[in-house]
Design a protein around this ligand. Structure first.
Ligand SMILES: NC(=O)c1ccc[n+]([C@@H]2O[C@H](COP(=O)([O-])OP(=O)(O)OC[C@H]3O[C@@H](n4cnc5c(N)ncnc54)[C@H](O)[C@@H]3O)[C@@H](O)[C@H]2O)c1
Length: 319
């Protein structure tokens, strides 16, 4: 494994102006790569990568991955896709297109230029799972016709395409299944639980909990997640994954809300609303494969990660 070496490999990051993509661009620029960030700015923002613009080895291109792209690169991280229900349900047909046509276009590019390509897949491929924690060999329980299906099934189809390109065209592919990740540069209005709670607490509003708050989630801090993605990209050819990346520490949604209120201070109360359709009761990664193969495990404690994220949102709201 080659995790720390500085190399000038050229790297394409699709969705590079988004939450995870912008942190990935930071790390790649830091490592000395020639980075091409491609984004259509649907949920991403120039603000996330403004500090990189002007750096000699960073380039930004406005492009929609549902259209073909012809560039010369050695590695591709395919992250383009809205990730929060509010955003991916806004135009569900476009969401499926982004996952499926986007994967076809990026895989076609990787095939043409013989690049290694990594797909940012998701724990949503497990749907509402019957086993806990979820291991990579679990096939999932997904509703094919529900409101979340554009995302869940789009990502499942993208995985299928990755493995078919690998089998059929010997493409060097890597698939990571990302579990709930949080941190600075999350979208403030995307309805995701961590950003929701923090923004509500900072505004002194009540904290909205869907359901009774006993459903559990695991929360991975963005720096931990990006480290695992980089390590996965550096594994030997032939190791494809899929591999779970996330933090196995489980918290109830209620516990999360209480921690946020305690860290922010203030007097926000918890209020309860009905659960949305297809909302999974529990989601927890089994990361044994990532521990063994990537020599990786999350290091950032929830309180510390929340502290950083609260600082980010405090500045953002003040601005
Ligand atoms: N954050 C998480 O907890 C999480 C969990 C599982 C999987 N993921 C996956 O990681 C990736 C990044 O997620 P994120 O949390 O950074 O979300 P995000 O919405 O912040 O980032 C997605 C980026 O993709 C861009 N994009 C969307 N459609 C595009 C298109 N057609 N062409 C070009 N760019 C497009 C957006 O503008 C945005 O910059 C996504 O593929 C998501 O499915 C994230």
């Amino acid at each position: 494994m080659d995790t720390g070496t500085v190399s000038m490999d050229s790297v394409l990051v699709t969705g590079g102006a988004g939450f995870l993509g912008s942190h990935l661009c930071d790390r790649l620029v830091e490592r000395g790569h020639d980075v091409l960030c491609v984004d259509n700015f649907f949920t991403g923002s120039k603000r996330n990568i403004a500090h990189l613009i002007g750096r000699p080895y960073f380039e930004l291109m406005r492009h929609d991955v549902t259209f073909p792209l012809y560039v010369e690169v050695e590695r591709i991280f395919n992250l383009a896709c809205p990730a929060s229900p509010i955003h991916y349900q806004f135009d569900p047909v476009q969401t499926t297109k982004t996952s499926v046509h986007g994967a076809i276009n990026m895989l076609g590019l990787a095939k043409r230029v013989k690049a290694r390509i990594l797909q940012a897949s998701t724990s949503e491929v497990y749907g509402d799972p019957e086993i806990h924690p979820q291991t990579e060999d679990y096939w999932g329980r997904v509703n094919p016709i529900g409101l979340r299906s554009c995302y869940d099934e789009g990502k499942r189809c993208a995985e299928t395409l990755f493995f078919d390109y690998h089998r059929q065209h010997a493409l060097d592919v890597k698939v990571v299944r990302i579990f709930n990740t949080y941190g600075p540069r999350m979208h403030p209005n995307d309805g995701r639980v961590v950003s929701n709670f923090i923004v509500q607490a900072l505004r002194g509003e009540d904290i909205t909990i869907y359901g009774d708050g006993s459903q559990t989630r695991s929360f991975c801090y963005v720096d931990d997640l990006i480290e695992a993605m980089l390590r996965m990209m550096d594994t030997e050819a032939g190791f494809t994954g899929p591999i779970n990346i996330g933090n196995p520490g489980e918290f109830t949604i209620r516990e999360l809300a209480e921690k946020v209120v305690a860290l922010v201070g203030g007097r926000s109360k918890l209020v309860f609303k009905p659960l949305p359709a297809d909302d999974p009761r529990q989601r927890q990664p089994d990361i044994a494969l990532a521990k063994g193969k990537l020599d990786w495990q999350p290091r950032v404690a929830l309180e510390d990660g929340l502290g950083e994220t609260i600082r980010y949102f405090r500045d953002l709201l003040a601005a």
